[in-house]
Design a binder for this molecule. Structure first.
Ligand code: FAD
Length: 485
């Protein structure tokens, strides 16, 4: 989104001036103390006050061609929104974010801004980057708390009908954009509630579920229909739906929800959990889960988490909140190669997480023979040549095996897309790891009436990346349905 032409202010006549603005004190995104937040599952962040928001927004020097906007995958109109916040006009700022981002209250909570918008801020080089994420969150929550009922204008019915498979950030975005344009939308979801990883993945201490459900309620009010507990591709295929529901187009927002396995002995022992299985049982009440996952989860004192990304950090922090004494993350490379948010990792360490680098399990052990894990055989690693990801490959050091005692093991080593959709849909092309092949500019798949976006196209990524690709697909679907493509 380019705002250059009609900004409500003149960059050259800012008051205070840019020179004065860069001297103002920064108000960073802040969190409750670790000793306090570790005792509950509530969000860790501390909300900004209106005065703080105005002061922080006043630090923005409103760069021409703002680099923060370019670094935001959704290209939020940050400069203009911050100017309204500076004036105290929070609702106008909230409306601006809403036009570019379908989920501002959610992105304000979970975006790793240090890797996206905030990394683009010219002041970041002096460690004083604008708290863009905190400001987006502040106005989104302000709008909600003020009782201001956001419901967009909906175009007259086009008579066209679109099926959306998957109710994560990608599916919800396509549903909202297309419903606003006057299309009838039905969303199918495998879990009991819509939300995708926003509900069945990201822990409540990062994102309280009420924020997601508030959004879903709005989408329902817009006329979007949700069909939950329905895994498309199994009992019913996409082609069945196209025929019976008379869909003019279908969007696949099915994510990448199949957990990778390590393929080492002992992986199927009791008390060895996949990350999703662990996170949903740790974070959600049983009535939000399918029957098979409702048994309450109890964990022991020493927990081993295998992996190094955001999912591993979320598992560690959940295990600490469940009362574990010692939670150790075992990662096969060094900190420099670790994926995911550095901020979230720091929060985990503050809460007591231990991270062991350059090590990996070779076997999960049941030494006392009761069917449950009680130890892991680990091996030390060193870094070799870069692999296809560009990161240096971990190479096992011969003879360096050692044993660690654990009560539970959580595997957080990655995700792939569910093959049931692609395998059950005629002529739908996939490529490596089962990712769906799409046209980059439209999200159109090898089937002309089927589009895709989000993690099932990119592989595990971020909420804002899923929203961005879904916006592209929604626009292309609309143009195709209206004969404009
Ligand atoms: C533990 C964890 C923590 C994360 N933390 C962050 C974070 O802090 N910040 C961030 O930006 N990103 C984070 N991410 C990544 C982010 O959640 C994803 O990139 C994003 O949710 C992808 O959106 P999506 O809509 O493509 O897929 P998803 O959110 O995975 O949604 C896909 C939905 O499709 C449904 N589905 C799949 N197959 C079918 C089918 N056949 N029929 C019907 N429904 C189906 C699934 O049940 C799911 O609800 C995290 C991911 C994980 C796993």
């Amino acid at each position: 989104m380019t705002q250059k032409k009609d900004l409500p202010f003149d960059r050259k006549e800012l008051e205070p001036s840019a020179r004065e603005r860069i001297k103002l004190e920064a108000i960073p995104y802040s969190y409750r103390d670790p000793e306090e937040r570790i005792d509950d599952w509530n969000e860790c962040r501390v909300a900004m006050t209106p005065e703080q928001a105005m002061a922080e927004a006043t630090r923005c020097i409103h760069c021409p061609d703002p680099p923060c906007e370019k670094a935001c995958p959704i290209n939020n109109p940050i400069s203009e929104a911050l100017w309204h916040i500076e004036q105290g006009d929070f609702l106008t700022a909230a409306a601006l974010y809403k036009e570019s981002n379908t989920l501002p209250a959610i992105c304000g909570r979970v975006c790793p801004a240090e890797l996206t918008c905030a990394s683009g801020c010219v002041l970041a080089k002096q460690g004083k980057g604008i708290n863009t994420r905190g400001l987006e969150l502040f106005v989104a929550d302000y709008q909600r708390a003020s009782g201001h009922h956001w419901l967009p204008e909906i175009a007259p019915s086009t008579g066209k009908k679109v099926g959306v498979i998957g109710a994560g950030p990608a599916g919800l975005t396509v549903a909202e954009v297309l419903a606003r344009l006057g299309h009838e939308v039905v969303v199918y979801e495998a879990w009991p509630y819509p939300g995708g990883l926003l509900v069945y993945g990201i822990p409540t201490f990062k994102l309280e579920k009420e924020t997601v459900f508030w959004k879903i309620d709005q989408l329902k009010e817009m006329g979007i229909r949700f069909v939950t507990n329905t895994r498309v591709g199994e009992a019913v295929t996409i082609d069945d739906l196209i025929e019976t529901e008379q869909f003019d187009a279908v969007f696949l927002g099915t994510g990448a929800g199949v957990e990778a396995r390590m393929n080492i002995p002992g992986e199927n022992l009791g008390r060895v959990y996949g990350s999703t299985q662990f996170l949903v049982r740790a974070n959600l009440p049983p009535d939000m889960l399918p029957e098979s996952l409702r048994e309450p989860l109890t964990i022991g004192k020493r927990i081993g988490v295998i992996g190094g990304g955001d999912t591993a950090t979320d598992c560690i922090r959940s295990a600490l909140r469940m009362g574990a004494d010692e939670v150790t993350c075992y990662y096969r490379r060094t900190e420099a190669e670790m994926p995911g948010s550095t901020v979230e990792r720091r929060l985990g360490i503050e809460e007591g997480a231990i991270i062991e680098y350059l090590t990996a399990p070779v076997e999960i052990l049941d030494q006392n023979g009761d069917g449950n894990v009680d130890a892991m055989k680990m091996i030390r690693m060193e870094l070799g040549e870069p692999d296809t990801s560009g990161r240096r490959r971990p190479v096992p050091i011969e003879g360096s095996e050692y044993i660690v005692e654990v009560d539970d093991v959580i595997l957080a080593i990655g995700y792939w897309p569910d093959p049931s959709v692609s395998e059950g849909t005629k002529d739908l092309k996939t490529h490596k790891y089962g990712l769906i092949e799409v046209h980059r500019d439209t999200g159109q798949t090898s089937r002309k009436e089927i589009y895709a976006g989000g993690d099932n196209v990119t592989g595990p990524a971020l909420v804002n990346v899923a929203i961005a690709s879904a916006k592209v697909a929604a626009r292309a679907i609309h143009e195709s349905l209206m004969g404009e493509g």
